[in-house]
Design a protein around this ligand. Sequence first.
Ligand SMILES: [Zn+2]
Length: 159
Amino acid sequence: MGTIRHHNVVITCNDYAEDKILLTHRKATELFGDLVSPIVITETNGYFSFFIATDGSKKNWGESDKGILKRKELCDFIDSFADDDSNPVRYVDVAYGDDDDGYHTAYIGRTNPSIKYKQTLYCNKCKLLLLDKKLKSCPACNSLDLDDRVVEVDGLPRE
Ligand SMILES: [Zn+2]
């Protein structure tokens, strides 16, 4: 008997981003077919939610490996909606079942990346931290020698 670990992905979206939840639901249906629930809407504040049920496969089987790739594709798709500060579409891939010794376990497979950290640029010439990661050159010294740098949001001056 293989180890059974159920992965269920739960997705919730703010009411102002209906277009994004519809795109996400379409993408999920392309990937997971009948495992995708309909979208339900909360009475309070109009949150949209749906979930993707476990595919029932056992860990390390071919189907399970395919599931990993499909969940990755969906989560990457949702992450692409994020701007610098947040993402209106939130998700959690929650896994539960048995560990290799047969004990019941539960853990989070993946969720939205932390917004505590922010991608920035660093000017190697004048040592400035540039908050606009889309800059092609340093606005202070025009240097093109910029490196990616990830900083804690709380460590930055507010814009
Ligand atoms: Zn510079």
